[in-house]
Design a protein around this ligand. Sequence first.
Ligand SMILES: [Zn+2]
Length: 417
Amino acid sequence: MLQDYHFTVAERFQRYVQIDTQSDPQSITHPSTEKQKNLSTLLAAELLAMGLHDAHTDQFGYVYASIPANTKEPTPVVCFCAHIDTAPDCSGTHVKPILHKNYQGAPIILPEDPAQVLTVQRYPYLKEHIGSDIITASGLTLLGADDKAGVAIIMDMVHYLVIHPETAHGVIKILFTPDEEVGEGTAKLDLNKLEADFAFTLDGGELGTLEDETFSADSVTITIHGIIAHPGFAKGKMVNALRIAGSIAAALPFLEWCPESTTGKEGFVHLHAMSGLAEKASLEFLIRDFDTAQLLVHENKLKVLSENIVELYPGARMEFEVVEQYRNMKEILDQHPSILQYAVKAYEQVGIAVIKEPVRGGTDGSRLSFMGLPCPNLFTGMQAIHSKQEWVGVKDMEKSVEMLVALVGQIVTMKPL
Ligand SMILES: [Zn+2]
């Protein structure tokens, strides 16, 4: 379908990944790191240069732009969204993308750290790319395909539509967000600037994946108040909060109910941080389940387990605080079945088998869906994300561009369900 089109996605991708946009979970500013704006500014300029007259970036590092409709058919407004930041887990400074042309299946040793080797044993999906081009980092950093693959795919779709005005489409909104990796991707988002009916994030992995279901998520903080005394004269007086916190941690099941032992559609309770002094200690948990109602079940179980331990220490007391984090987007998407149908039809149109798997995490789309912008997640091809071995296949990114072009067409022609 796009046979004569000279894709720009791989070239764009290799430029964008060289711009350091790592976000910082410790920061309290928006964006969390000022350097993310280096990419926002570039993207806004490139969108302007392609003729998207309203393209701009704001003080928070978001990029907004729109392509006007070129059809008289009444067509819903769609937004395509990707995040510009890269994960704090792995360095994003001086990323040097390497294009491996016509990959033949042999191990790839990354030149700047020969201990980093990509093999088909470790990444069976590499086999799908034998005979085509893949891109890796050089060994010292992540690649940043998460989510600059998504960014480059959206930019190439814009490029295609601009030079192919005969492709009918409704109003298309472009959104690039900072700080997704630190959970702040929608914190300063101005939804009024978008006025979209629904959106798609380009932040998925393998070719064909279509994600409409994420975890629902709460966090829990348990604070233990002990009783402090001079340790030399503490007999019968001191109640050590650290000891209680340790007992709670030790009492958590480890063959079930935790990330290390759950998979598929199972939820979990994850103790991810402990801190404190003898007087006061805290335990921080992530609570996850696909069924939102189950969050309360997990929380009650955790509360009872903890209370039973605190009771063994007369004088100690505990606080149990629950904070909502995000909710399973499926609850919203099920109310708008046509959105997923547009994507399914577009995948079919370009010959891609749909792979639907629940995401054992959250996406910007989870939050966007509950902010009133229903938002499934589409594939980009990114693999081994957040690591030095991160890689992406060029043909996956190109197929994603082709799928997006089909998708904007489906939104014009399909009648909403
Ligand atoms: Zn991502």
